[in-house]
Design a protein around this ligand. Structure first.
Ligand SMILES: NC(=O)c1ccc[n+]([C@@H]2O[C@H](COP(=O)([O-])OP(=O)(O)OC[C@H]3O[C@@H](n4cnc5c(N)ncnc54)[C@H](O)[C@@H]3O)[C@@H](O)[C@H]2O)c1
Length: 274
């Protein structure tokens, strides 16, 4: 049946930072479509809560307390997932985030942490998961959560943006290196998605910036976690069997608009935001 192609029955997913926000949305949506899920996160309470929600959907779930700053913990979590479920089919590299600060004012310790959280964690999880997928012989899907900031300049977010741009490049190379093993690799570039992470950044943006947000987004609203999670399910499913190495901006049209926004007075599109 054609409808079965979107189903993830029998597949096992591993998600970094899956206790909250986009990661939790991805975990629950994968379960809704039939997959079993392991969540690696530092937040035990919320991680166990997401695992419970997945079990309530009739799927198997495993929460593994993991600090992604420690690559050994990531490797251990991936290995435990493959052992517990007997396979690994989907990796979602979701861990990431940053604080706003001009680069010249950012201490080395701080920017190294941004690289470890956003980029190094992806390298470690990809290497471990790809090895497990290759040895299973079942192929798999790796989905990296980058950002629209990786596709444009991002004042105040220089190192974060560079990491996200690196994720796009890494995705394309992995798509080629892993193609012969039937492993498809993709990257999503969300812009503004309603999560605690976004709310923390917005809280330090000016009131003027926050008010201008909906005029800046062509679809005129911030995105929902489920709108990222649906794309993740699609990419992991048989519906996307001939896609690899793709970058999808799940952003309400902001990357397409590339600087065009609606003016406050008339609502007309303008490049200069009069
Ligand atoms: N929300 C957005 O608007 C947006 C936009 C673009 C890209 N993104 C990207 O999406 C991803 C998820 O963002 P979000 O907004 O859902 O985040 P969030 O802040 O809502 O959730 C972050 C999760 O990461 C976990 N975490 C934090 N530090 C950790 C650590 N050291 N080890 C393990 N887990 C840790 C937290 O416990 C939490 O569960 C990030 O990579 C982010 O860069 C988000």
């Amino acid at each position: 049946m054609i409808e079965q192609k979107i189903r993830l029955d029998g597949k096992v997913a591993f998600i970094t930072a899956g206790a909250n926000g986009i990661g939790a949305g991805a975990a629950i949506n994968i379960a809704r479509f039939g997959g079993d899920v392991a969540i690696a996160d530092i937040d035990v309470k919320r991680g166990e809560h997401v695992a419970e929600a997945i079990r309530a959907l009739g799927r198997r779930a495993l929460f593994i307390e993991t600090n992604v700053f420690d690559t050994a913990q990531i490797e251990h979590a991936v290995a435990r997932t493959a052992e517990h479920f007997g396979r690994l089919d989907i990796l979602v590299n979701n861990a990431g985030g940053t604080r706003r600060k001009p680069f010249v004012d950012q201490p080395e310790r701080s920017w190294r942490r941004v690289i470890d959280l956003n980029f190094v964690s992806m390298l470690a999880a990809t290497q471990s998961a790809a090895k497990a997928m290759i040895s299973s012989g079942n192929g798999g899907t790796i989905i990296n959560i980058a950002s629209s900031e990786g596709l444009r300049a991002a004042p105040g977010y220089a190192v974060y943006a560079a990491c996200k741009a690196g994720m796009v490049s890494f995705t394309r190379t992995m798509a080629l290196e892993l193609a012969e093993h039937g492993i498809r690799v993709h990257v999503l570039a969300p812009d503004m998605i309603d999560t605690e992470g976004l709310r923390a950044v917005s809280a330090i943006a000016s009131a003027e910036e926050n008010a201008a947000r909906d005029r800046y987004i062509p679809l005129q609203r911030v995105g929902e976690v489920d709108e990222i999670a649906d794309v993740i399910v699609f990419l992991a499913s048989g519906m996307a069997s001939y896609l690899t190495g793709v970058m999808i901006p799940v952003d309400g049209g902001t990357i397409a608009s590339s600087g065009w926004t609606r003016t406050e007075a008339s609502g007309d599109w303008s490049l200069y935001n009069r």
